[in-house]
Design a protein around this ligand. Sequence first.
Ligand SMILES: *Cc1c(COP(=O)(O)O)cnc(C)c1O
Length: 394
Amino acid sequence: MTHTDFIPYGRQSISEDDIAAVVTALKSDHLTQGPSVTAFEQTLAQKVNAKFAVSANSATSALHLACLALGVEEGDTVWTSPNTFIASANCARYCGATVDFVDIDPHSYNLCSVKLAEKLHHAKLNNTLPKVVIPVHFAGQSCDMAAIHTLSQEYGFRIIEDASHAIGAKYQGDYVGNGKYSDICVFSFHPVKIITSAEGGMAMTNDEHLAKHMRTHAQQGTTKSPDELTQMPGDWYYEQHTLGFNYRMTELQAALGVSQLSRLDDFIVERHHQFERYHDLLKDLPITLPFQSDDVYSSLHLYPILLPEQHKEKRRAIFDALRQAGIGSQIHYIPVHTQPYYQALGFSVGDFPITENYYQRTLSLPLFVGLTIEQQQRVVETLSQALTDNGIVA
Ligand SMILES: *Cc1c(COP(=O)(O)O)cnc(C)c1O
């Protein structure tokens, strides 16, 4: 098998225009802190209808900035989904907060708003309410944000959407990121995500104070804004008001991001075509296909399938068979609370059974811009054969 035969689960799509945009940035006067970063922030804010956008060198950094802006600190608790990348939980740990999880809905695989309501009810009685809840829009499908927002009003917590999978997705007809039901919404531009800036992330908000807080903390806690300086001895002057980080995005990343953003809608249309094709090709197999709820338009970051409950112990064999045939299936996600780091904090296998059952049965099939019909057919044929070889299909 040659290298080019390998089909990854996800990858970037880079056009000649994308390359030209990066080269232009590279030849410009600014490699960082220049016009491309501002353009990327403003274009994305306009696109998703958010008032403010703060770019960062990754979504992980943006999530950290978001937690800091909402005042997350030692003694606070932050809740998120266990079915996510570790960064959704780690951002709260960076601030010294305690992390807890809410199990998922068995159909959408998103943080379940009914379980959230139950857990909040108990937490109120025990005086352990969370300061922030971080719903994760798994695979690009928005969580039930209206319900989560209503609960936030009742119980007094703030909301950060981890929309790393969901740029360009819609909820109730509006773009994810518009802030209708949250305080801050974070996107990722890692190469496997919907659009890329190589590494990069962005935090969207409608709250000027939160935006300023995040921007200051992304640049070492410093400001040059005339309205914030305590004195202004000259043009060289800046002031450090707090302890921040260097979380800045470069001009090369931002130029790539702006160029990719112009292709976002086309990318998602292509993902929907691939999604429908998989649905059609896989409809007769005894597996569970990803469910789409009526009030969302997913960006379709992933195509997770589920093996039947009685065959879940064969997942490893199916995964290996796909890999051996050059198909880069992946598992999204190892439940965060079962990571050794989180187990050392007190979590155990068994704590979030729906997530754990989903994890045991799931496989993500390749889905990315540029995946061909022939490649999708190869994925499906290989999967069918593996299901037959393992006695899942008679
Ligand atoms: C990729 C991802 C992140 C982290 O994104 P980076 O840009 O790589 O830091 C956070 N949360 C989720 C759900 C992700 O998939």
